[in-house]
Design a protein around this ligand. Structure first.
Ligand SMILES: [Fe+2]
Length: 512
């Protein structure tokens, strides 16, 4: 070990930094933490970085040298060395190399405020204002230095000035985006650099910003990741993927209040955009026959007015019988069904009768989403009575965080002697205040009892009686629950297929 280290120092003193780096890299990991060894490696590493940059070399050889040199120094040394290089290059207006150096500093320690500030500055200089704005956002509250705060504020361009929401990314931006993917595992600093470049210019790739967020989340930099996801969500029209990433990170951090507040706000907006509510005075039947010549227009009018529509006789009863037989043949008592696994694709297709397809196409929805679609069998009795999330009023868009249309398909007659569904008319697309119970956090998805009581007094509670072949379509903002009465004795089987705008699809169904 000592011999390798001595050879490294010898080459370093002779001015042959690259050869010194080769020997230093061979020093075993186990002894690198010894203070004397750490110090010598730091000297060799910093020397090699300076030499590689001074040689103005380009391409993969230089990258390999820089990665290797960075790897042998401690994180603190790496972040200081690279921050110095970044500042020097910024002074020389060498913006691309400065950004490259800033990415090394950020990769070495993404929580280092100097490294972050330099990274934001470099992103702005290479014309990636959305990256710069997101990073600056995480720094402003933590900065006491007045000129620095002023500069950060200047970097925080408004979302309206974002360039991310473009349908036509430039070929250069796409090439950088792909290069970033290729570097992700092997050379993270290089990957960050490529993603910033992908997010730069007049026609950037918005996924560049999103992917830097994913990389920061993986490094435990939640604040930076949230700021980057937030930027994407605020600036692109198809924001589902970014909203989901943001939501998942808040869940992981245990910031549930914030998570529900955001879900409520975003879901109300998105379902509103999907099916704007009709005029409060509008009247429409919530139930109609599928054979009516104006069935499509009637269905859309009912969705606008009530948020739901019962299409009587929508699906061929043979298709329903086929699905019910296939799914429940082996285990007639099963409670749960996974449509993706349990229903073959052709049988699933047959369920989506032409009128249902027309409604889905009119709303530009895709699916069903394998992640949120399922089937149930409810048996009347004490077990069902205690299933609070089934029997309490809730809104699917809050529960699943998707601006969805639920296509609810009964496989048995229901609403009379078998459990049905109760719904409240949704005339606002609002997400209603939840029931707050510290003992039972899952209840936060249930609508507050008093709010429900008020709505029932105002518009009544609707409990449709349904037959196999009927389909109940309802928006994710429609409050609903399983309806159980003491008179009910028979079980009820049903499918819930959830359809969403393309950017909110979590898992496509299998094709087989
Ligand atoms: Fe539901």
């Amino acid at each position: 070990m000592l011999e390798t280290l001595n050879l490294a120092i010898e080459r370093y003193n002779a001015g042959d930094f690259l050869e010194a780096l080769r020997f230093a890299s061979a020093v075993p990991e186990a002894v690198r933490a010894e203070p004397a060894v750490t110090a010598m490696l730091a000297t060799v590493g910093a020397g090699a970085i300076a030499a590689a940059l001074a040689a103005e070399a380009h391409g993969e050889t230089m990258d390999a040298v820089l990665e290797q040199a960075t790897a042998i120094v401690s994180r603190q040394v790496a972040v200081v060395t690279w921050s110095q290089v970044t500042a020097e290059r910024l002074n020389r207006a060498d913006h691309v190399v400065a950004l490259h150096a800033a990415c090394f500093a950020l990769d070495a320690d993404p929580s280092d405020l100097t490294a972050r500030a330099l990274f934001a500055e470099c992103a702005a200089r290479v014309d990636a204002p959305d990256v710069a704005a997101s990073v600056a956002h995480t720094l402003l509250a933590r900065t006491t230095n007045a000129p620095m705060a002023e500069r950060l504020r200047a970097l925080m361009i408004d979302a309206r000035d974002s360039r991310l929401d473009t349908d036509q990314a430039s070929p250069e931006a796409i090439a950088w985006h792909n290069e970033g993917d290729a570097w992700r595992g092997a050379a993270p600093a290089r990957a960050i650099f490529s993603k910033v470049m992908a997010a730069s210019g007049a026609l950037p790739v918005w996924q560049g910003v999103f992917d830097i967020g994913l990389m920061m989340a993986a490094r435990g930099q939640a604040d930076l990741a949230l700021a980057l996801f937030d930027r994407v969500a605020a600036t692109i029209r198809r924001s589902g993927i970014a909203e989901h990433a943001h939501d998942q990170l808040l869940t992981k951090l245990g910031r549930f209040g914030e998570k529900y507040e955001r879900r409520m706000r975003v879901m109300s907006q998105k379902v509103m955009a999907l099916v704007p509510p009709a005029d409060p005075a509008a009247v429409a039947d919530w139930s109609l026959d599928a054979t009516r010549p104006d069935a499509l227009a009637g269905s859309l009018a009912a969705l606008r007015t009530h948020g739901f529509v019962l299409v009587v006789g929508a699906i061929d009863s043979a298709a329903i019988a086929e699905v019910a037989a296939a799914v429940f043949a082996e285990t007639p008592e099963r409670r749960f069904v996974d449509p993706n696994r349990d229903i073959p694709a052709p049988a699933r297709e047959r369920l989506l009768a032409p009128l249902l397809r027309q409604v889905l196409d009119a709303l530009q929805l895709v699916g069903p989403d394998a992640a949120t679609s399922h089937g149930r069998q409810v048996f009347p009795g004490p077990e069902a009575d205690q299933d609070s999330l089934t029997i309490a009023y809730h809104q699917d868009s809050l529960a699943f965080y998707q601006p969805l249309l639920n296509v609810w398909i009964p496989l048995d007659p229901c609403g009379d002697d078998a459990p049905g569904l109760a719904l409240l008319s949704d005339r606002t697309r609002h997400i209603l205040p939840g029931r707050r119970d510290a003992q039972k956090p899952s209840d936060s998805e249930a609508v507050d009892f008093e709010v429900v009581a008020d709505l029932i007094r105002e518009n009544g509670e609707i409990v449709p009686k349904m037959q196999p072949g009927d389909a109940l379509l309802f928006l994710g903002t429609v409050p609903h629950r399983t309806f159980l009465s003491a008179a009910m004795t028979k079980p009820r089987r049903s499918l819930e297929l959830r359809f969403v705008p393309a950017d909110w699809l979590m898992t496509p169904m299998s094709a087989a």
